[in-house]
Design a protein around this ligand. Sequence first.
Ligand code: NAP
Length: 456
Amino acid sequence: MTTLRSINPTTGQQIAVYPALSLAESGYIIQATHHAFLEWRRTDFSARSNLLRGAAMVLRQKQTEYARLMAREMGKPVAQGRAEIEKCAWACEYYAEHGPRFLASKPVATDASRSFVTFQPLGVVLAVMPWNFPFWQVFRFAAPNLMAGNSAVLKHASNVSQCALAIEKVFRQAGFPESLFRTLLIGADQVPAVLSNPLVKAVTLTGSTPAGKAIAAQAGSLLKKSVLELGGSDPYVVLADADLEETVNTCVAARLINTGQSCIAAKRFIVVNSVRSNFEELFVRKMRDRSMGDPLEEGIDLGPLARHDLRDELHRQVQLSLEAKGRLLLGGAIPVGPGAFYPPTVLTDVKKGSPAFDEELFGPVAAIVPVKDEAEAIQAANDSNFGLGAAVFTRDTVRGERIAAEEIEAGCCFVNTFVKSDPRLPFGGIKESGYGRELAVFGLREFVNIKTIYVK
Ligand code: NAP
């Protein structure tokens, strides 16, 4: 039988163990969630908005408690955890405020006496979620879906079961119907059985590209709608006319957020040769200055990675990138002592064919890719299987906007700042970074039946 274990990555100590639910137990929960949907779909928008505002209140009341839980279960520094909880509250409020307008029927002029488009919920949506933003990933899917009238079952990553259970309680404490949002404590091996349950109407997965391919294949064979938010290797293009000090500050922050474990963390720094040595010098200095330690302590920039096996895999990718003729400018050694720590690391002269260029490095490791000019920078930025986020740095914002809008192959491209998700803006990728969108009106429309009504 699968067992789910929470292991504190700072100490290596086990803090909780949960036996996975049996298939029958998962089936009962899905049935209850389906029944909850049948009533929920008939509630009016204002009732749903009020409950979402209640969820935001519960989140804020328990902000520190949840931040400490994330620190213990996956190593997130507490200040970043508090910010994550605040963002979840914001998403709930955003959909509480704008959901009714997004969901209102839209009249269309035709030769009918009346014709309109209405947005009807689908039913139980399965969410398969990762550990890196244990609350945010779930709320950015749950808030629009509950607003739209769906119900949900969450299969969270196996190492953050305590967060998964805490999230279920947020909705209960806010007053949502008991079974509208349920956590299934199951391993990845049980996802196919859950997805094939006829009461589950759609699936959203945030996670790695291999997991996305597995879900997409099964969802395709069942003809169930899927949204996939997968990995990335975001390029940050630094042009000769960039404000270097400001750019480096942004690049360091963008690489180290969440100890480097973010799908939209900056991963490849594509720097034109004329500013390359200044960039490297400043970048290394600022990466070195970041503090690493117990994520429960205030003022710490980097915690441990979420699991020891992930740290070992990251180190293997660094080693292979060095063997592929990358040069080490900083870090690159596993520290002595307990905990899944990995230091800020900088590689340069990184080229295609090495893991630091081709794969996703999920930790505080920066890959600098020197290039001749703008054209070569765009080519290197796009020379990736991923297409999640990207950024361009230049004092010429017209040039930056053109490159961002017309040249870069990604779901979003920011100019002179780092990529972040925002409830007001659509979020998602292209290529092996997935498909579909979360957030804004686009996220809310993914799991509804966009239904045409035509009255003669
Ligand atoms: P992961 O190993 O793919 O796991 C993500 C979730 O999928 C977990 O709940 C996992 O369950 C489950 N899972 C894994 N393999 C599966 C399979 N074959 N079938 C069904 N479910 C499966 O990813 P992770 O290591 O937790 O998260 C890091 C990855 O997520 C990175 O690649 C990152 O870029 C990506 N990510 C993307 C976004 C985005 O918005 N695009 C946001 C955050 C993270 P178990 O834990 O039980 O294995």
